[in-house]
Design a protein around this ligand. Structure first.
Ligand code: PBG
Length: 329
């Protein structure tokens, strides 16, 4: 139906904040958010990541109060990334029972209630070559990597994690992890799959935060080509068939079309990762006084939800809760 001026005036319902509240189509809530956090070895470490102002690497003892703060804000979950003490060719600390993530999860679960602890399952932080799998002749081997990823996922869950999030982009990893979890009695643990994960330059600051930059080559032989969209739908379909409970699109900002297509095609829970580079760009511009951090960040997060995401992994999570509170006031 075409409504025409002057019978119809779009500005009527924009004229007062109360009208705007009533007709707003998209809502952003603290319950949409997952906050990424980085844990490092040592004691009394709380190191601000230079390219990600406001985000820190924490040792386990300092992580606990920070996690408690996130839970107190009413944010439903965190996703944990670990930086190990030692790296090797097979990323051994990723699946060591006393690895950095396993220690952190155990400590959080002993002290903090009402918060989902999600763990990123990947090898790049743990391997000395910085790739997401086992290497032979300069190539990342797919099938031998699956066993290690499944072992890593299992050890995170045994430490007490509530959900695993494989981010490695090996073929078949969701199925491998599902099978291992089920065989060990963890059939009720969900998997959040990084399904449409692109080989993106927006991960730059993260690789400083997690010390996970590849030491040779790049990740284009396993992460997706930014030029592709149909392929993302195929990746999502495969992960759903293999048992993914939530599928993720990553990054978010440059991939809104993918978020939208995944949501409308599959009608399953969709997560979007508002990645480190997206955060750093806003922080840098705002730090220069060129943009309004709060308004730009909220605009981006609203647009990610509008595109179809049910939840957003974002370094702005704590700020968002504060900002939304201020807006109510
Ligand atoms: C691990 C992983 C990465 C990110 C999340 N998990 C880095 C990468 O793939 O290189 C990036 C997150 C961000 O940039 O905020 N594979």
């Amino acid at each position: 139906m075409l409504r025409q001026f002057p019978i119809f005036r779009a500005r009527r319902l924009r004229s007062r904040p109360e009208f705007r509240d009533l007709v707003r189509e998209t809502h952003l809530d603290r319950t949409d958010l997952i906050y990424p956090m980085f844990v490092v070895p040592g004691v009394d470490v709380e190191h601000e990541i230079p390219s990600m102002p406001g985000c820190f690497q924490y040792s386990v003892d300092r992580l606990i109060p920070a996690v408690q703060e996130v839970a107190d804000l009413g944010i439903p979950g965190i996703i944990l990334f670990g930086i190990p003490r030692h790296k090797d060719g097979r990323g051994s600390e990723a699946y060591a029972p006393d690895g950095i993530i396993q220690q952190a999860v155990l400590a959080i679960k002993n002290t903090v209630d009402h918060l989902l602890v999600i763990t990123d399952v990947c090898l790049c932080e743990y391997t000395d070559h910085g790739h997401c799998g086992v290497i032979r002749d300069g190539d990342v081997l797919n099938d031998p990597t699956l066993e290690l990823l499944a072992e890593e996922a299992l050890s995170h869950i045994q430490a007490g994690a509530d959900m695993v999030a494989p981010s490695d982009m090996m073929d078949g990893r969701v199925g491998a992890i599902r099978q291992t979890l089920d065989q060990n009695g963890y059939e009720s643990i969900p998997i959040l799959a990084y399904s449409a994960k692109y080989a993106s330059a927006f991960y730059g600051p993260f690789r400083d935060a997690a010390d996970s930059a590849p030491q040779f080559g790049d990740r284009r032989s396993y992460q997706m080509d930014p030029a592709n969209a149909d392929e993302a739908l195929h990746e999502v379909a495969l992960d759903l068939q293999e048992g993914a409970d939530i599928v993720m699109v990553k990054p978010a900002l440059a991939y809104m079309d993918i978020i939208h297509r995944v949501k409308t095609t599959f009608n399953v829970p969709v997560a979007a990762y508002n990645v480190s580079g997206e955060y750093a760009m806003i922080k840098a511009a705002a730090g220069n006084g060129w943009i309004d951090e709060r308004r730009v960040a909220l605009e981006v997060l609203y647009s990610i939800k509008r595109a179809g995401a049910d939840m957003i992994l974002t370094y702005f999570a704590r700020d968002v809760v504060r900002w939304l509170g201020e807006m109510d006031a």
